[in-house]
Design a binder for this molecule. Structure first.
Ligand code: HPA
Ligand code: ZN
Length: 352
């Protein structure tokens, strides 16, 4: 695209209609809200202030992040808490022109503390229904298993969800990746798929490319969350391209958790240019320095993405979503229209 001026990128990113497919709702808990919930629930945090908590957001790797993330999630107790958490995220997303979100939640993080699964599910579901009615943003829930806990516990979590399975679109796999290969969860994923759920899994964030293959071959996932380490295995990259397996890439997360040294070192542009179905996502935006639009803007700057790349990435978000084909087609056409409208606002002499 000729003559791309860097300063119009934030306006373009805002104008593009977007989808977010890799977002942990617990990772949207901003320090201010965490303190408010701690107070109303009588939960003690070991931090004295919002500033002290934010200052702790300096991570060496995935595990050091997860330790803090699970600790702060302990303020979430009631259905109202889960509602308020999701409502705050959805309000932000609507303001960023995000039209569809697929949200991970980790029941085990909460049920292990005595919070009822129904409180989590009802709170999140209510916020999604309200956001769709008030703002037209659609959402799906992805029940994610903690891979550092046992397969038996994952199966029990799935069984507890069976009575309300209509509220869930997919199952996922997250938490500490190394040493917890996808195959550990083969039986629980088989059961989930037999119940009609789609499967997705984190793989190739800190774990090796072999975990990506295993997620595809043993868990039969429809997309790979992260997947950036696929590049170490050229045959795997070829397979991901041929099969158009979506990768839900999270650039700011990858830098904060030191998967890449800097955003300029990120492989997103190479993967995109190799023909992979790459999407941009925020992962845990309260912890990693930015929500969805910030991920687009900062990645564009660091990797010199073309405007056409940004349009492709926005469209890939809908293509890779769990929406039905007709809804995808409507969104994809709307992204093209949004870009055309943007070009007209930038150049009023341009013929629409
Ligand atoms: N990886 C694994 N587990 C997670 C992540 C992540 O990036 N965020 C929240 N849980
Ligand atoms: Zn994640």
């Amino acid at each position: 695209m000729a003559n791309t001026l860097p300063d119009r990128i934030p306006a373009l990113v805002q104008a593009l209609l977007k989808a977010e497919l890799h977002l942990h709702i617990e990772g949207t808990l901003e320090p201010e809200l965490a303190f408010a919930m701690a107070k109303r629930n009588g939960v003690a945090l070991r931090f004295d202030s919002v500033e002290a908590l934010r200052a702790a957001y300096d991570f060496d790797d995935l595990q050091s992040f997860l330790d803090l993330y699970y600790e702060i999630a302990s303020v979430l107790r009631t259905e109202r808490d889960f509602h308020d958490l999701a409502a705050a995220y959805l309000e932000r997303m609507a303001a960023e022109n995000v039209r569809h979100v697929e949200i991970f939640f980790d029941p085990q993080t909460h049920t292990a503390r005595g919070v009822a699964y129904e409180a989590v599910l009802d709170g999140l579901s209510a916020a999604l229904a309200e956001a769709e009615a008030a703002r037209g943003i659609t959402g799906r829930l992805i029940l994610s298993f903690l891979r550092d806990r046992s397969a038996e516990e994952a199966m029990a979590t799935l069984e507890a969800a069976l009575p309300r399975l209509d509220r869930i679109a997919a199952v996922g796999l997250d938490s500490a990746e190394r040493g917890n290969p996808p195959a550990k969860f083969e039986a629980v994923f088989a059961r989930a798929r037999a119940e009609g759920l789609v499967a997705v899994a984190h793989a190739g964030e800190e774990g090796p490319p072999a975990y990506i293959r295993e997620a595809l071959d043993r868990l039969h996932v429809a997309r790979i969350d992260h997947g950036v380490r696929c590049e170490e295995d050229p045959n795997l990259v070829a397979r991901l391209r041929i099969e158009q397996v979506p990768l839900t890439v999270c650039p700011l997360s990858n830098v904060r958790l030191r998967v890449f040294d800097s955003l300029a070192d990120h492989n997103l542009k190479r993967l995109l240019d190799a023909g992979l179905l790459v999407t941009i996502n925020s992962d845990d935006p309260a912890y990693f320095g930015g929500y969805l639009s910030t991920n687009y803007v900062e990645t564009q700057r660091a990797l010199a993405l073309e405007e056409a790349d940004l349009v492709t990435l926005a469209k890939n978000g809908f293509t890779a979503s769990l929406l039905p084909a007709e809804a995808k087609a409507v969104h994809l056409a709307a992204v093209d229209h949004a870009y055309e409208d943007f070009l007209v606002t930038q150049d009023p002499h341009r013929l629409p």
